[in-house]
Design a binder for this molecule. Structure first.
Ligand SMILES: Nc1ncnc2c1ncn2[C@@H]1O[C@H](COP(=O)(O)OP(=O)(O)O)[C@@H](O)[C@H]1O
Ligand SMILES: [Mg+2]
Length: 473
């Protein structure tokens, strides 16, 4: 039998907690969600904003968890199974994450940026899997618990570990990169997300640049050459002692230079010049932003001297992550409706990228380009202005009809040309009924908004309202 993910002695050394009860020899997984427990995992009782994992510790043990890490044990827990008592369970998870990182001899690729992290992370994971054992989180998992959880789940034999790092405030990326200690640090974009906490784009660039503080010796920075304040990131990478800085983008000085990209319904074809070599490849999801992100994957492959041909070939198998450009054809009377589900999140940069992708989609006969938009949140005082500013983008994206929900999108509604106005509602939940009456065969419908704007359920309602079109065998 192969070694478990963690042996009990390894966990004991990392956590330095007090064990109560008979510990198993090892653990096959790590989790803080009792619903995920199938047997043999190490369960962490984490105190969240809304819930305290301690309430689920006994249940996790009864469901088969090998042991539970808690700070306040009670008799129900100790009666249900072995318990490890630590002063702070989140810190204990972070300690296990650091131990998980320390034992891996492979290469760690860290990814940050205002947008494009998860898409790039998924592309990296797909591409590097074809070269060697690769580990990445299933979802975004990019914060103070997501990063240590991903590191704690990383198998010891990992050759490539892909770690997404996000932030809401200065200092957060520094803490995450100290845990992840990447060999390659990718920065995808600097844009106005969470700008409320920062004030300006330069401050956001500096916060992203914190990723280099954790860069391993002889580490490589892979930077989008086209992002605002590229200079801040380049200087920070140099100061941190990066052995090499690889840049990518349309810029003529970019090391990995985008020469041409053509986005279709299900893919984008990329033609680039990388290290003196012309490369062409196809990524299995559309969008110019996807082409950009794919160049970061090429950069990471060059940084790690991986076989570039294997990496770019793998990208053809890429599919849109949930809510990030997923496309579904829906059956309507007389033809299909194409749904583009961008509902996972939104900020001005990703909104522009999604509108650009909408512009490139061809409606069917009699169809229209329809944007169904919910508020972009966490923009602070600039919210109203940044929403209104999208009015110009609507025409560039050749949008025919606009539907909006939420108080911030009302500003776009006011700024938008009158002939584009479909409907404006206060709550996203009001949209499906209106759309049911308005949508018709041939339409391309793009649904997007911040997670908190609840546009995901709108996309889901459309999928349920119209039958998905299944390909004939
Ligand atoms: N490089 C990019 N530039 C601009 N927008 C992008 C880029 N990559 C992705 N996006 C947009 O941002 C959305 C979120 O992408 P995602 O990869 O989940 O970002 P993150 O993980 O940083 O939140 C996508 O649906 C797309 O609309
Ligand atoms: Mg993400």
């Amino acid at each position: 039998m192969s070694a478990p993910l963690w042996t009990w002695p390894e966990v004991a050394a990392a956590l330095k907690g007090a064990p109560l009860g008979d510990m198993p020899e090892g653990f096959c997984g790590v989790s803080f969600d009792s619903r995920e427990i199938t047997g043999g995992e190490l369960f962490f009782a984490i105190r969240g904003v809304r819930m305290d994992g301690h309430a689920f510790a006994a249940g996790a043990l009864r469901a088969g968890a090998g042991a539970a890490v808690v700070s306040s044990p009670d008799e129900e827990m100790t009666g249900a199974g072995p318990v490890i008592v630590v002063p702070d369970t989140l810190q204990a998870l972070q300690a296990l994450g650091r131990a998980g990182r320390a034992r891996v001899k492979g290469s760690i690729i860290g990814v940050t940026g205002s947008v494009g992290k998860t898409t790039t992370k998924d592309m990296l994971a797909l591409a590097f899997s074809d070269i060697g054992r690769t580990h990445a989180a299933r979802a975004s998992f990019n914060n103070h618990w997501g990063v240590p959880l991903t590191l704690a789940r990383m198998p010891r034999e990992t050759r490539f570990g892909i770690i997404e790092m996000g932030m809401n405030a200065p200092g957060e990326i520094a803490a995450l990169t100290a845990m992840a200690r990447p060999h390659v640090a990718v920065v995808t974009q600097v844009a106005e997300s969470h700008i409320g906490a920062f004030g300006d784009l330069a401050a956001i660039a500096r916060a992203k640049a914190e990723i280099f503080t954790g860069l391993e010796a002889a580490g490589v920075a892979v930077l989008n050459r086209d992002m605002p304040h590229f200079g801040i990131l380049q200087a920070a990478a140099k100061d941190a002692g990066a052995a090499e800085i690889l840049t990518y983008g349309r810029h003529e000085e970019a090391d990995i230079r985008l020469l041409d990209a053509a986005s279709g319904e299900a893919c984008v074809c990329v033609h680039a010049r990388a290290g003196g070599q012309d490369i062409s490849y196809r990524v299995g999801m559309p969008g110019m932003h996807v082409a950009q992100n794919s160049l970061a994957v090429v950069g990471a492959a060059m940084a790690l001297k991986a076989d570039l041909s294997v990496v770019i070939q793998a990208l053809a198998r890429m599919r849109p992550p949930k809510g990030r450009g997923e496309r579904t054809r829906l059956a309507a009377p007389g033809g299909d409706i194409l749904l583009i589900d961008e509902s996972y999140n939104a900020n001005p940069a990703s909104m522009r990228a999604a509108l650009a992708a909408l512009a490139e989609s061809e409606p069917g006969r009699g169809g229209r380009r329809i944007a169904v938009l919910g508020d972009m949140l966490e923009l602070g005082e600039m919210g109203a202005e940044l929403h209104a500013a999208l009015a110009d983008e609507l025409e560039a994206a050749r949008v025919d009809v606009l539907y909006v929900s939420g108080p911030l999108m009302a500003h776009l509604w006011e700024a938008a040309p009158a002939h584009l106005r479909g409907a404006r509602v206060a709550q996203a939940a009001e949209l499906p009924k209106i759309l049911r009456g308005d949508l018709r065969a041939g339409d391309v419908v793009m649904v997007k908004g911040s997670l908190g704007s609840k546009m995901g359920p709108v996309a889901q309602a459309l999928r349920e309202m119209f039958e998905p079109v299944t390909d004939e065998a």
